[in-house]
Write a protein that binds this ligand. Structure first.
Ligand SMILES: Cc1cc2nc3c(=O)[nH]c(=O)nc-3n(C[C@H](O)[C@H](O)[C@H](O)COP(=O)(O)OP(=O)(O)OC[C@H]3O[C@@H](n4cnc5c(N)ncnc54)[C@H](O)[C@@H]3O)c2cc1C
Length: 299
């Protein structure tokens, strides 16, 4: 039994920066845009951003707050609800939310972000933002001249270690089994990064990180712990539609942010690396613009 029904030209799923930018660009083309999601769950809500063009330092919360107002001012309708089901009936996309609302639209933009793979060890959650980070390219600057550890096995961890080696006083790369490419490993070996095979069991610190304990009792004295274990796209809704993930588990798009299914677009972290604000808003604008054009051509 479905509750309230809404008709739209475009449904946007996700109210982080990618979804909001898509909403702004689509709504400005005077198509009816309904954007669904909980902005408080956006990755950006936990960010202090220093690497976005034209802004020296700004909180992610502020970007989201203003972005939501902009999207509404241009005519997009924002719903603070989660989508639980997405299907296609003929040419119509049917989106069902957790408030039992049904939205029927001609096009869909997927902007659901990612969830970072977790270590699940004590201290990880408690010290997030206090020395624990999942993004070296976002947070490396905060660790200038200080010792850090990178945890991970694949090329993302290698890249993080290399980047940090130019900024931090000491970089330990802790891995269990190396899976990074030989090319990346050769690059790491030309830096000052110290590679340690081991298993992290606890992140120590109060109120900020002061150490990383490894199995066997060794503790690395570090102020930063970068967890680079990859990410998982929130792609269940795409799978419901029949869109298959790419080999890295993300939603593949072309340069116009089109997915493999007609009238379905995707943008932001859910389409892959680098998981960065600038890329999310860039793709959001492309997806919003192209989805609106496609809807207008079909009218
Ligand atoms: C701690 C931290 C620091 C960061 N620092 C920086 C930085 O300094 N610079 C930088 O460029 N980037 C930084 N980032 C990365 C940046 O925040 C992301 O790249 C950006 O937020 C991605 O935007 P997005 O819209 O694709 O995804 P998100 O911002 O994650 O938004 C996804 C949205 O989709 C919604 N959603 C998910 N599933 C559903 C569903 N089923 N139904 C409805 N809605 C759904 C979520 O609730 C959320 O609203 C940081 C990230 C973190 C976690």
């Amino acid at each position: 039994m479905v509750g309230m029904r809404l008709d739209a030209d475009i449904t946007i799923i996700g109210l982080g920066p990618a979804g909001l930018q898509a909403a702004i660009h689509a709504a400005r083309k005077k198509v009816k845009v309904v954007a669904v999601g909980k902005s408080e769950n956006s990755a950006l809500m936990r960010a202090e951003v220093e690497n976005y063009l034209g802004l020296e330092s700004i909180s992610g919360k502020e970007i989201i707050r203003v972005g939501r107002e902009q999207a509404k001012r241009f005519g997009a309708e924002l719903l603070d609800e989660d989508v639980i089901k997405l299907t296609k009936e003929g040419d119509v996309f049917v989106t069902i939310t957790d408030s039992d609302r049904e939205i029927r639209s001609k096009a869909v933009i997927l902007a659901m972000g990612i969830s970072r793979a977790k270590l699940n060890i004590p201290g990880e959650k408690e010290l997030l933002g206090k020395g624990v980070s999942y993004c070296a390219s976002c947070d490396a600057g905060f660790f200038k001249g200080r010792p850090v550890a990178v945890i991970g096995e694949e090329s993302e961890a290698a890249e993080s270690a290399i980047l940090l080696s130019e900024i931090a006083s000491q970089v330990y790369w802790v891995y269990r089994e190396l899976k990074a490419s030989q090319h990346m490993l050769d690059k790491v070996r030309r830096t000052k990064v110290e590679m340690i095979q081991g298993r992290p069991v606890r992140i120590i610190g109060d109120p900020t990180v002061s150490g990383l304990e490894l199995e066997g009792g060794r503790t690395l004295e570090v102020n930063g712990v970068f967890i680079a274990l990859g990410a998982k796209g929130s792609i269940e809704l795409a799978l419901d539609l029949g869109i298959m993930p790419d080999p890295s588990g993300m939603i593949a798009v072309d340069a116009d942010c089109r997915t493999e299914m007609e009238m379905v677009y995707a943008c932001g972290d859910v389409t892959g690396n680098p998981w960065q604000l600038a890329r999310a808003v860039g793709q959001g604008s492309v997806a919003g613009e192209n989805a609106a054009k496609a809807v207008l051509q079909g009218k």
